[in-house]
Design a protein around this ligand. Sequence first.
Ligand code: NDP
Ligand code: 8X3
Length: 254
Amino acid sequence: MKKIALITGATSGIGEACARKFAEGGYNLILTARRAEKLAEIKAQLEAEGTKVRTLVFDVRDAEAAKQAIGSLEAEWQTIDVLINNAGLALGLEKEYEGDPEDWNTMIDTNIKGLLTMTRLIVPAMIERNEGHVINIGSVAGDAAYAGGNVYCATKAAVKTITDGLRIDVAESAVRVTNVKPGLVETNFSNVRFHGDNARAENVYKGIVPLTGADIADVAFYAASAPKHVQIAEVLVLATHQGSGSVIHREKNA
Ligand code: NDP
Ligand code: 8X3
């Protein structure tokens, strides 16, 4: 029986790339997100290549929907070896005193509470079996605030602390816990952040070769594949020419 990875936010960017990487690496997959059609498309592609896939359509902000979705899995799909808590977003880049409270709520409910909901649902069975791996997608944004990043940065700082807390709480077991903290990754992230302003989103990646979702999936897969006695606790992955969340060297004429 192949191992099973559950990936939240698997319809785009880093989550979709993790789906492809873990499929290539021999896992069967439970893919979750809100967009049913996109999930079905990815499932069809991966199944054509020999991976078994279950899709669960729910919003991670809806704890009851998440519970029902996980509960609906057949018995053989309940043994989840790797949970990748990836679903998340930034909304806006306004100064904190000018930000939209609706955006703040969405980021907090998705990036923090959604991750906690999934952890609470999946980890108890890992503890019972004394094996499993939780990989949370944090961010360089969680290491230090940058201009306009305020609440988004705070959610990723919370992901760091929540990940560290989980690692401490499972230390008696063989369950491993990893925080992968990407820098600038070209995905749908900036289109979402700027509420569909694609020209503004493109500017984020001008003059620098950004990371790709596949680069981050490689790191997540490495952590999951390390020998059992090795726990990759945290990895910061920046684009070359990126010094920190706010220091980015851009080629002028690119
Ligand atoms: P994308 O916008 O490309 O993908 C985000 C994914 O999250 C989508 O699959 C989306 O699916 C899902 N998602 C968003 N909100 C919800 C929700 N409420 N319920 C369920 N699924 C949801 O962005 P990225 O791939 O870049 O982002 C993935 C993670 O990586 C995020 O946590 C982000 O903060 C983090 N990150 C991104 C970086 C970057 O530069 N891109 C850098 C550092 C971290 P759907 O819309 O179908 O629900
Ligand atoms: C996403 C990367 O630098 O835009 O977490 O915050 S950044």
